[in-house]
Ligand binder design. Structure first.
Ligand code: GLP
Length: 259
């Protein structure tokens, strides 16, 4: 696990975007795993800027998003499909038919939809680079604490803390779904490379549990300790509970010299 701590969230986003650009330069038809939430928005803005500058193209890319609320359709403003079009897809040259979500409008056919999503990822020979944010309780995607660490795409009931944290994004009168379809932790761990971004003091405990805590389903992101190629990009606030920052800094400096 490579942990890199930056002065602010803009620098986090710049580094995250440059990792995507490096991958797409080497492999223009890469399969990208994408995330929603507020944290990746700045990364997406950086990617749009790089696309506008002609530094990168997404025309041969396939994307798979981590999760989607049960019951919401693509046109629903609170759906993650809508979010991704607004925050990224409408501003780049990705072919919309190459973008995928674990859609589950009717919870009754969730098993079928979940298997279909896994099959689509497998058809593309897996995800090259998976972007992750992190929930306050250490969730990745919508894999809440107590999720099986080897789970595949499936339906999850959201915890009160997640519902509360995400309620800020729902306007009065809008129904907030209490279930979501999410890539499983096993699905995420199959990605060839993983990039976790976290910013803000409110993520400091989850970040600490992820990097320096025991591997446990109580903090689903802690499973990333078992993945061979994970980069964690943090601002100084989200890194503020870490004990070994001096060591991470030294490693990052040495890696920079070697590249
Ligand atoms: C949601 C998403 C996660 C995301 C988390 C944190 O629950 N399912 O993928 O990481 O929110 O979001 P934010 O970046 O807004 O804190």
């Amino acid at each position: 696990m490579e942990v890199i701590i930056f002065e602010n969230e803009s620098l986090v986003a710049k580094r995250a975007a440059s990792m995507f650009v490096d991958l797409l330069t080497a492999k223009p038809s890469a399969v990208l795993g994408l995330a929603t939430g507020s944290t990746p928005i700045k990364t997406y803005q950086e990617l749009i800027a790089k696309f506008n500058d002609g530094e990168v193209s997404f025309k041969d890319v396939s994307t798979f998003n981590l999760d989607e609320y049960v019951g919401l359709k693509s046109k629903d403003k609170q759906s993650y499909q809508y979010f991704m079009r607004e925050q990224l897809f409408d501003s780049i040259d990705v072919q919309i038919e190459n973008t995928h979500f674990p859609v589950c409008v009717d919870a009754k056919n969730n098993q079928e939809m979940a298997e279909d999503y896994e099959a689509k990822i497998a058809e593309k020979k897996g995800i090259d680079l998976q972007l992750l944010g992190i929930g306050h309780n250490g969730h990745i995607g919508f894999n809440e604490p107590s999720s099986s660490l080897s789970s595949r795409t499936r339906l999850k009931t959201l915890t009160h803390s997640t519902l509360k944290a995400n309620s800020r994004l729902f306007k009065e009168g809008e129904v907030q779904p209490t279930m979501a379809m999410t890539m499983g932790i096993g699905t995420i761990m199959d990605a060839k490379e993983i990039l976790l971004v976290a910013t803000g003091k409110d993520k400091a405990q989850a970040v600490r549990d992820t990097i320096e805590g025991a591997v446990s389903a109580s903090c689903p992101a802690s499973i990333l300790q078992m993945h061979p190629s994970v980069t964690v990009l943090l601002d100084k606030h989200s890194a503020s509970n870490l004990e070994n920052t001096e060591y991470y800094q030294r490693v990052a400096d040495q890696v920079k010299q070697l590249r």
